[in-house]
Write a protein that binds this ligand. Sequence first.
Ligand code: ATP
Ligand code: MG
Length: 250
Amino acid sequence: MNSALTVSNLGLTIGGAKILEGITLSVNQNETLGIIGPNGAGKTSLFNLLSGLREATTGTIHLGEKEITNLKPHQRAQAGIARTFQTSSIFPFLTLLENVRIAAQVADGSSMNLTKGADKYKEVLYRASACLEQVGLLNKGALFAGALSHGDKRRLEIAIVLASKSDVVLLDEPMAGMSVENIPALVEIIRSLATVHKKTVLIVEHHMEVILGLADRIAVLNYGELLTIDTPQNVMDNPTVQSAYLGAEL
Ligand SMILES: Nc1ncnc2c1ncn2[C@@H]1O[C@H](COP(=O)(O)OP(=O)(O)OP(=O)(O)O)[C@@H](O)[C@H]1O
Ligand SMILES: [Mg+2]
């Protein structure tokens, strides 16, 4: 099985505090890896290291065969890794279509100059529209993104990820703040990233039923260390995981 993403002995120390230590794992192509762990375990910090928002103190990161450990965030994005943020990161005063179009243009290596005539970007606009359609937002393409409901903003983020053409997608708590009735539809959209679009997906989520429904394997972080990475069933049955994190309810 080819590895889409490999991290080896990854560590992060900030101001003397060890945030992450000795993280070694590899994610297979087209796999969906769930990442769980208590608040402050280091999940977002791991994504920060993978996307280049923070520099690793130790270790290496490979995207496929390519080492990306020392690349800047935009270079990693071009290499094929995309992320959404725990808090929404869209441009509120641009329309939905413009938000997605920027990602599509950057993926094509062209500038993100929005002032150029729209007819110069027919292909990009077509692709941006297709991405909006895939998340059920095409009919809202002309609205300002800031006017969207929270749930629609999360969908827009997925459309942006799709437009970016990245092979590896990092989703940090995509269900955060969603009302319960809107969760199943977003789960299906996220599932399509792997099933339809053949992405490799890393998803941090506190909703266990979402992780269990989506993940091929689950990695458990605890106090900045990787407790285990295994099938959902084995993770749930793991006594160390139960006592360290999941508690008695599983
Ligand atoms: N810039 C920083 N400076 C110092 N400590 C930090 C910094 N960023 C994060 N931390 C600490 O690193 C640890 C891991 O934080 P992180 O945000 O990665 O956790 P998390 O697993 O994503 O938590 P949550 O489930 O609450 O999102 C926490 O103890 C946090 O306080
Ligand atoms: Mg977090």
